[in-house]
Design a protein around this ligand. Structure first.
Ligand SMILES: [Zn+2]
Length: 101
């Protein structure tokens, strides 16, 4: 399964009371609308036990890499003119020959 990850490093703020205003509920909702799901957050402590910043880990489905081959659609060749037809087609798209078995 191709997953895509994003790490946001948010510094804590506040002179008196520590806060994480750098990442608001609105920010999280925006990320959620972009299909990012918050899967983990890790506070990075510095000396004295103070938290300087928090790492937020997001994941979402990645776009399939373009080099993954797409399964070709099965075709049925017309017995008369050899034109490729969709499976289940009753008449040849090119010559009109009856394809029903
Ligand atoms: Zn045909």
């Amino acid at each position: 399964m191709p997953w895509q990850y994003k790490v946001l490093k948010v510094k804590t703020g506040g002179m008196v009371v520590p806060n994480l205003d750098g990442l608001t509920e609105s920010d999280l909702n925006t990320l959620g609308q972009q299909e990012w799901e918050l899967v983990n957050s890790i506070p990075m402590a510095k000396g004295g036990g103070q938290v300087e910043q928090v790492y937020f880990y997001f994941k979402r489905w990645a776009e399939l890499p373009v080099n993954i081959p797409i399964e070709p659609v099965a075709r049925i060749n017309c017995p008369k003119c050899k034109a490729p037809n969709r499976p289940g087609a009753t008449g040849c798209i090119q010559c009109g020959a009856n394809l029903a078995q």
